[in-house]
Design a protein around this ligand. Sequence first.
Ligand code: THU
Length: 148
Amino acid sequence: MISDETIRNLIAQAITARENSYSPYSHYQVGAALLAEDGQIILGCNIENAAYTPTNCAERTAFFKAVSEGIRSFLAIAVVGSPAGEEITQFAYPCGVCRQVMMEFCDPAEFLIIVAKSQAEYVCLTLEQFLPNGFGPDNLGPSDRQEE
Ligand code: THU
């Protein structure tokens, strides 16, 4: 279980991460702060591309940064999003692809997704609540999961 203080800190860091959003096409800026089991916080923003499809969401940026640094155990992620130049007045729920990436590395019953408008106003649900009956590594069986 993570404390309210930890949640508020994650949201503040997601708001900071959003400042680096590279989103010249959608002008929609997203920031994420991913809390690893060891206490590290990895930030991510959305990174768009002129060819559109290579665009990476903020959540996946944070996950891929972490995994590429050898971090694979996670507790929670905070996400904030809104159009450039606007106050954050909406909940930017993670897209389906990001939910599936979370499913790869997180226990769906335990991993928390915090979607925030501010440090005071947020929704906090488990990955399982966002992605019920998700397909994940367990479906393939323990012997098939590549651990190295
Ligand atoms: N986006 C995210 O970063 N996370 C999501 O979960 C949903 C969408 C980004 C992708 C794109 O750069 C912009 O928001 C508009 O779709």
